[in-house]
Ligand binder design. Structure first.
Ligand SMILES: NC(=O)c1ccc[n+]([C@@H]2O[C@H](COP(=O)([O-])OP(=O)(O)OC[C@H]3O[C@@H](n4cnc5c(N)ncnc54)[C@H](O)[C@@H]3O)[C@@H](O)[C@H]2O)c1
Ligand SMILES: O=P(O)(O)OC[C@H](O)CO
Length: 389
């Protein structure tokens, strides 16, 4: 009896997942297949390019097979990285030992990459976004749609902005976000993980089959090893994705000091509270439920604090006394620990708003990295400032 129930249950699950897969597979682009490009070819940029290229090859009615990936050109052993990727189908510097699909084409020219694209996926360390977006101005049609996979904020004349909002404001195109518990190398190895894509359907939506909607985004990003949930809360997933990197630096400090799991859990508790508070104060459209219902949120905080690059960099700082930038350079071979810049952006914004004292962990991380405050002071800094909560 129990065995029969199990069998029925398994067959129901299989039936549901086959139905879901076939409903995605039967989508058709009614005008021409959507042309995809990826801007960025780092650790995550290349991984996401692999994911979408696989789906592009599998769904010819929906996506053009060729996916272009913009590569910030550099030489590896006297050869251009683009040439290596296009010949060997491997990004030997930023994603070694992972075979890339043959329909993924590395392109050194930014403008050639976006030419005729229907969907642009931004995936670079966020400190380079402004420069890239400025180069794209005037070269992207207003009906192009975009997804930002970046984690960070833009802080400037307009205050603190989501990176997707920055893209929309500067290029005049709708931009959503993708964020989740996604250490790139695990996704690249096709170990199962989940992610969240958030996207608002814009007012100039041209209709199902002619434009990008939630079904198209699911078809673009969902893989058997990469399960996608598509929602509306762009602000919630973006705030969570940016700020968990700052919390991870705090975890790295206490880990490097040898304080153990309780200390790391304490940092994550305070950090989650500050993430939610930041979202509510500065992006009131974000939903608190997103943080625990979606992969972008608590789940991302957990994976990042367990094994992300920010935690590794901060740990090395604690163990060696190195500066953040030196530790990043030594450990990451050109990759970026985004929390180092994000904590500065957050500090500058909070100072403008006279709200520094309401975010004691974020401020402690900033002071340790930029003003050499002893990391052993973290517990006291959190206590002293927490009275303002
Ligand atoms: N790696 C991950 O596990 C992961 C997972 C999820 C999200 N993210 C986020 O995705 C974004 C991209 O991260 P990544 O891991 O692909 O990048 P990365 O950290 O691997 O950075 C290296 C990339 O930066 C490029 N670069 C270096 N100098 C440049 C310049 N002057 N102009 C433009 N590009 C330059 C390099 O060419 C390379 O492509 C980040 O915001 C990151 O937080 C990363
Ligand atoms: O390696 P990190 O610290 O940049 O984190 C990677 C991802 O953002 C985890 O989801």
């Amino acid at each position: 009896m129990v065995a029969t129930d199990r069998l029925n249950q398994t067959s129901n699950i299989l039936h549901k997942s086959m139905k879901r897969a076939s409903s995605i597979a039967h989508l058709t682009a009614l005008d021409h297949p959507f042309k995809i490009c990826v801007i960025g070819s780092g650790n995550w940029g290349t991984t996401i390019a692999k994911v979408v290229s696989e789906n592009a090859a599998l769904n010819p009615q929906l996506f053009a097979s060729e996916v272009r990936m913009w590569v910030f050109e550099e030489q590896i052993d006297g050869k251009n990285l683009t040439e290596i990727i296009n010949t060997d189908h491997e990004n030997v510097k930023y994603l070694p030992d992972i075979k890339l699909p043959v329909n993924l084409v590395a392109t050194p020219s930014l403008l050639d990459t976006v030419k005729d694209a229907d969907i642009i996926i931004f995936n670079i360390p966020h400190q380079f976004l402004a420069k890239i977006v400025q180069q794209l101005k005037g070269h992207v049609d207003s009906h192009v749609r975009a997804i930002s996979c970046l984690k960070g904020f833009e802080v400037g004349a307009k205050g603190v902005q989501l990176l997707s909002t920055y893209v929309t404001d500067e290029l005049g195109i709708e931009c959503g976000a993708l964020s989740g518990a996604n250490i790139a190398t695990e996704v690249a190895k096709e170990n199962w993980s989940e992610t969240t894509v958030a996207y608002h359907i814009p007012e100039d939506f041209r209709g199902e089959g002619y434009d990008v909607d939630h079904k198209v985004l699911k078809a673009l990003f969902h893989r058997p090893y990469f399960h996608v949930s598509v929602i509306e809360d762009v602000a919630g997933i973006s705030v969570a994705g940016a700020l968990k990197n700052v919390v991870a630096l705090g975890c790295g400090f206490v880990e490097g000091l040898g304080w153990g799991n309780n200390a790391s859990a304490a940092i994550q508790r305070v950090g989650l509270g500050e993430i939610i508070k930041f979202g509510q104060m500065f992006f009131p459209e974000s939903r608190v439920e997103t943080y625990y219902q979606e992969s972008a949120g608590v789940a991302d905080l957990i994976t990042t604090c367990a094994g992300g690059r920010n935690v590794k960099v901060a740990k090395l700082m604690a163990e060696s006394g190195m500066s953040a930038l030196d530790a990043e350079k030594k450990l990451l071979n050109g990759q970026s620990a985004q929390g180092i810049i994000t904590c500065k952006e957050v500090h500058e914004w909070l100072e403008t708003c006279n709200s520094v004292s309401e975010f004691p962990l974020f401020e402690a991380v900033f002071q340790i990295i930029y003003n050499n405050l002893p990391m052993e002071n973290i517990p006291d800094m959190i206590d002293e400032l927490e009275v303002f909560r």
